[in-house]
Design a protein around this ligand. Structure first.
Ligand code: PCA
Length: 217
């Protein structure tokens, strides 16, 4: 049985829950298609999250890794296409650390593309009745940094593993504290993530090379 590592983050800022962990833990140990899901939590802190994702890769040897995080205010599930080599923390992380304008990897490339079939995954999520779109920025906070660290680890350890990042909205109980911000039910989030996982092996060939990305359907 192939393994998929699905991560969620601990709460941050003033929140007491993080929808990413609430959603991914519901899928722990489930068999979806050819994959067994292993759900794990990550700290919402730049450097601990980076080393924790590396540890999970080495311990679990997953074929696929999808990190999930909260993007409060976005109305739909967003599949991130690109991770950039930049930390520009708008708020301190859970360790009180807030680096400004620093690279994640001093000698790393400017960016990594996801190597998951995000267009097929988007169709699958939408087909499950859950709003979804592609995003071209995972931000400059802990989510982007963890996504970059994941792709860098895959690249530099030469693991035959694929990786990507999914942002999900606030849960309804969080949105009450953020007037006017969108939210999504836990059921929809879990159904959307389930559909995304079921589509990770879909026929969308993504060729990644320095600076160029070619998609074939
Ligand atoms: N969202 C933050 C970090 C943790 C999380 O769930 C982000 O988008 O960077």
């Amino acid at each position: 049985m192939k393994r998929i590592l699905l991560t969620g983050f601990e709460p941050f800022q003033q929140e007491t829950i993080n929808p990413s962990w609430e959603a991914v833990k519901q899928l722990d140990s489930q068999i979806i298609g050819h994959y067994e899901v292993m759900a794990r939590r990550l700290p919402t802190a730049f450097y601990p999250a980076k080393s924790q994702i590396q540890t999970y890769l080495q311990e679990l040897h997953p074929e696929v890794v999808i990190c999930v995080g909260q993007a409060g205010g976005r109305p739909d599930i967003t599949l991130e296409r690109i991770a950039i080599n930049l930390i520009d923390a708008r708020i301190p992380d859970n360790d009180g650390v807030s680096p400004i304008d620093v690279p994640i990897e001093a000698d790393g490339p400017a960016a990594y593309w996801t190597n998951l079939p995000i267009k097929a995954m988007r169709s699958a999520i939408q087909g499950a009745g859950v709003p979804c779109s592609i995003s071209y920025s995972a931000g400059t906070y802990v989510c982007n940094s963890t996504f970059y660290a994941l792709m860098h680890a895959i690249e530099s350890f030469g693991q035959s593993c694929r990786g990507g990042f999914i942002h999900i909205p606030f849960l309804p109980q969080q949105a009450t504290a953020h007037v006017g911000k969108a939210s999504m039910s836990l059921d929809d989030m879990v159904r959307g993530l389930h559909a995304a996982i079921a589509a990770v092996d879909d026929e969308e060939i993504v060729h990644v090379s320095a600076g160029t990305l070619h998609h074939e359907q």
